[in-house]
Design a protein around this ligand. Structure first.
Ligand code: SF4
Length: 491
């Protein structure tokens, strides 16, 4: 960026968080607002809520963090006991308010609101077809494509069949909360790539990307929405109906949700994220433990890995100290202003500061969740050596990222990924570590108690669970043919 504003030089960014509630006789806006706070880590670019009071929709969608996007009166003006919300970091579509969500559209038989987490890989084909039929699009985002397709299907079909028909046409990753008039529903794509769960509140039900949002409202997690399932919340907040619209043999859960994106206190697909990360840390010790004086996490997500790693080492009698040797500045946002290259190279100092006494004169193992471009790792190792580390060993709680993500994670291009064309030894040499090891794919599958075939491993194998132009697939999958809009959905 020309003004010296640089994006987080390393790392990955989750794209979105979605939520929907249907309550008995309380306004939905405030619980939605608190839920969005709980999901803020999933998107910081824009925040929005749409409610419905039984007669009309009310909407407030703004750029910025939840706390900046809403003031007291904005929340109070959102009438109605049903609503959906969204926090967004853009994936498909440009970075402006035209792509902020929830997306809303009015059509002949009512109103629709949509919140989307994920990314479609055939949105352009559907947009072209719908545009040819006279649909006017106001953004280049894929959520508007889903909204128009669903609105069109709702002209001919009931809600469930209309959703099924749209799901039969869109291809890619999606967890959606949808509001059709005052009915709130949730859908997870047939591969279950992104998370979505159902919770019970004192006076209604909630659908949310992560269970941490349910906890925030003192609710109880009921269960995950199943891949290919549609959940329709009752308008009176008394329960929900479910429809298994698609049933695939294999799923494609994004394993990075557990490794990095989700909050450690969330339960996703029946597993507490914190426990999975600790188990990944234990596996890391089993596979590539290295003798050192101290093991320390790269905060924040490295913390649970490092504690599992240290625990496994100590169980084997190793004299390995677990220490928090790197302090994170929590107030550094996603981008920061650094006019010169020299300053940019020192960006890590802005985010992380070492505690010298835990490092000086010691052999140190640092545990991180991933290496994307390698920039941060290089700077961090230099920093640790500058404050007196004798040796710096690096252990990564995930396999090498060799290929980009097309399913809604802002990662990097293939050319930017340090592991796309280098061996582990070449990367070790480049980042100047004394040793470097990654976790194996099998260890990840074991920690998640899943088979490889039930996970999306696209970014670590280069083979994807969806039919993506120019890329290989890891299963028998083809994108839908987009010329059958006149065909009714099967029962
Ligand atoms: S490619 Fe990687 S980051 Fe993207 S969905 Fe698959 S596992 Fe997750």
């Amino acid at each position: 960026m020309s003004d010296g504003r640089v994006a987080n030089p390393d790392g990955m960014t989750e794209k979105c968080g979605v939520v929907g509630v249907s309550l008995r006789d309380r306004a939905a806006a405030r619980p939605l607002y608190y839920s969005l706070y709980a999901l803020q880590h999933r998107g910081q670019e824009s925040a929005g809520i749409i409610t419905h009071d039984g007669f009309q929709q009310h909407s407030h969608v703004e750029m910025g963090l939840v706390g900046d996007a809403f003031d007291q009166s904005d929340v109070e003006d959102l009438n109605g006991a049903a609503g959906i919300g969204h926090v967004r970091y853009p994936t498909a579509g440009s970075v402006d308010s035209s792509c902020a969500q929830p997306f809303s559209v009015s059509f002949k038989s009512g109103s629709l609101g949509l919140s989307h987490n994920g990314n479609l890989v055939n949105a352009d084909e559907i947009r072209d077809e719908l545009a040819g039929m006279g649909h006017a699009f106001t953004s280049d985002g894929d959520t508007e494509v889903i909204a128009h397709d669903l609105a069109r299907n709702l002209l001919d079909e009931d809600l469930v069949r209309a959703v099924k028909r749209t799901m039969g046409r869109i291809h890619g990753s999606y967890s959606l909360t949808i509001m059709h008039d005052d009915t709130v529903l949730g859908v997870r794509d047939p591969e279950g790539n992104r998370p979505l769960c159902i919770g019970e509140l004192e006076d209604g039900y909630i659908l949310a990307s992560e269970s941490a949002a349910i906890d925030t409202l003192d609710g109880e997690l009921v269960r995950d929405v199943k891949p290919g399932e549609l959940v329709v919340l009752h308008e009176d907040g008394t329960g929900f109906d479910t429809y298994q619209l698609f049933d695939r043999d294999d799923t494609a859960h994004c394993f990075f949700e557990h490794v990095y994106f989700a909050r450690p206190d969330s339960v996703i697909d029946d597993k507490l994220v914190y426990e999975v990360r600790r188990e990944l840390g234990r596996q890391l010790w089993e596979e590539s433990g290295v003798e050192s004086d101290v093991v320390m996490p790269v905060p924040d997500s490295g913390r649970a890995f490092a504690s599992g790693y240290a625990e496994a080492a100590q169980e084997e009698g190793e004299d390995l100290e677990f220490a928090e040797g790197l302090m994170k500045n929590r107030y550094v946002g996603r981008t920061f202003i650094m006019p010169t290259q020299d300053e940019r190279e020192r960006a890590v100092r802005l985010k992380l500061n070492p505690i010298k006494s835990t490092i000086e004169g010691k052999t140190v193992t640092i545990i991180d969740d991933s290496i994307v471009r390698g920039t941060t790792s290089t700077q961090l190792i230099q920093l640790l050596k500058d404050v007196g580390a004798e040796e710096v060993h690096v252990r990564i709680g995930a396999p090498q990222i060799i290929a980009p993500c097309y399913m809604g994670i802002d990662m990097a291009t293939r050319e930017e990924l340090i592991a796309s064309d280098r061996s582990t030894e070449e990367i070790r040499d480049e980042i100047q570590a004394d040793s470097l090891s990654y976790l194996s794919i099998d260890a990840v599958a074991e920690a998640l108690a899943a088979s490889r075939g039930d996970l999306c491993l696209g970014c670590v194998t280069g083979e994807y669970p969806y039919d993506i132009e120019g890329e290989d697939t890891d299963r028998d999958v083809t994108r839908p043919v987009i010329d059958d809009i006149s065909q009714p959905a099967d029962d």
